[in-house]
Design a protein around this ligand. Sequence first.
Ligand code: 6GU
Length: 226
Amino acid sequence: MQIDVVSIFPAYLDALQLSLAGKAQVAGLLQVTTHDLRDFTTDKHRSVDDTPYGGGAGMVMKAEPWGEALDALATDAAVIVVPTPSGAPFTQRMAEQLSTEEHLVFACGRYEGIDQRVIDHAAGRWRVEEVSLGDFVLNGGEVAALAMIEAIVRLIPGFMGNPESLVEESHGDDGLLEYPVYTKPASWRGLDVPDVLLSGNHAAIAAWRREQALERTRERRPDLLD
Ligand code: 6GU
């Protein structure tokens, strides 16, 4: 998979060279390339933003550099991902789908967002997904893109050292949050690991874990049970 990320702060994405995503790149499963939006400007001030039509606070990212960047980077096979708090929710299902694509281009906006004509024009040429991480506001799309890319690339076949760890996790196929987990020692600061986990009774362990997952989901995310 090829991932291109366009941002005025490409260094935000440096963390992708670390850890598993870095190993996946060395192994050739993944290539992440970051780009500075200002390299696609043509004016001497390399300006990327301007005041909003209609007035209001803040600045809007200009269409021209984004148009040039997408023209230069997006192949016919590309899916354009635009992280924005006004996007559709980014979900595990979306991560699974995007992990099957051969080329993703992340367009990271700052300020009040990108001129809407960039998205509308791109949508005539590529699949464009405007996506949000949740109901809170970040200063720009970079941290959101980092999170989305990690969620996506860990699903690429061969990426995880132990693919079993993808099988039972929160937001998996059963739609429940993950059950609590424990490791040695069996007793720590007066707190004991639940007896059933030491019983060796695999059916009882599975039943306990399912009950815990249900209880957690009821408590924290009742919307997932509807
Ligand atoms: Cl995708 N972008 C920004 N700027 N803020 C967010 C977000 C995305 N998701 C949640 N908050």
